[in-house]
Design a protein around this ligand. Structure first.
Ligand code: SAM
Length: 232
């Protein structure tokens, strides 16, 4: 039997080209993050050969998924991360999106260190994501926290901490504490809706603490489960 080696780098370049041609990847920073973070290191081992299909993939038997590349690209373009940003992600999953964001906020240079704090409520996924991130060069820019992200990090802290907040699970609304933890002028992004369909929703925090809302595309995510999310 002849075993064919998969050329992941070639597949990665082709996927990025397709997402650019479709107008989904628009900025150089998102393009470079996709080219420099190996998705095959973040998918569940039995789906490795599907790493560069533009589709969500199951994360073992956890009931959770790594989102489709086009969905992640859309969210990253909306979030418009800057080098040096301090970012909170709710829903670590595989750690792939956290690694992409770490690539952008750290920008490979040391003078203005950005950081990604990412929270996951399933312990097995925390371990999975930690192992994945540790195989890349981004571990010093990512902190993975086990817990309920709907109460923020640190939990219940009401000070403004983050430049950007991204929720990668379907939320009934922006959790109250997360709005508190966002800096004025900062962006919060989440799929907001019911359990069956959501709208990607972007909020910018005004000086008076309220949120200016812009709704984007329809999408479908696994639910955000927690104190200020869905309760099961
Ligand atoms: N960003 C991930 C990636 O790059 O692989 C994909 C995220 S997956 C679509 C959504 C994740 O949100 C799941 O792993 C789920 O367990 C997690 N989640 C749901 N509710 C949560 C909560 N309250 N706090 C933290 N994580 C939560």
């Amino acid at each position: 039997m002849v075993l064919m080696r998969i050329n992941f780098e070639e597949q990665r370049k082709r996927l990025v080209k397709r997402l650019k041609d479709q107008g989904i990847i628009r900025s150089k920073k998102v393009e470079l993050s996709f080219l420099n973070v190996p998705r095959e290191e973040f998918v569940w081992p039995d789906t490795k050969n599907q790493a560069y299909l533009d589709t969500p993939l199951p994360l073992g038997n956890t009931g959770q998924t790594i989102s489709a590349p086009h969905m992640i690209a859309i969210m990253l373009e909306e979030l418009d991360l800057e080098k040096g940003d301090y970012v909170l992600e709710i829903g670590t999953g595989s750690g792939y999106n956290a690694a992409l964001m770490a690539y952008i906020v750290s920008d490979g240079k040391k003078e203005r260190k950005g950081k990604v704090i990412t929270i996951e409520r399933i312990k097995d996924l925390v371990t999975f994501a930690e192992n994945n991130i540790n195989r890349t060069t981004f571990s010093e820019y990512v902190k993975i926290v086990y817990g309920d992200g709907t109460i923020g990090y640190p939990p219940y802290e009401e000070n403004e901490i983050y430049d950007k907040i991204i929720i990668t699970a379907a939320a009934p609304r922006f959790p109250r504490i997360l709005i508190k933890q966002l800096k004025v002028g900062g962006t919060i992004l989440a799929p907001i809706g019911d359990l069956f369909a959501q709208t990607l929703t972007k909020g910018i925090k005004r000086v008076n603490g309220t949120i200016d809302i812009k709704e984007d595309i329809e999408c479908i995510f696994v639910p955000l489960i927690g104190e200020d999310g869905y309760k099961f």
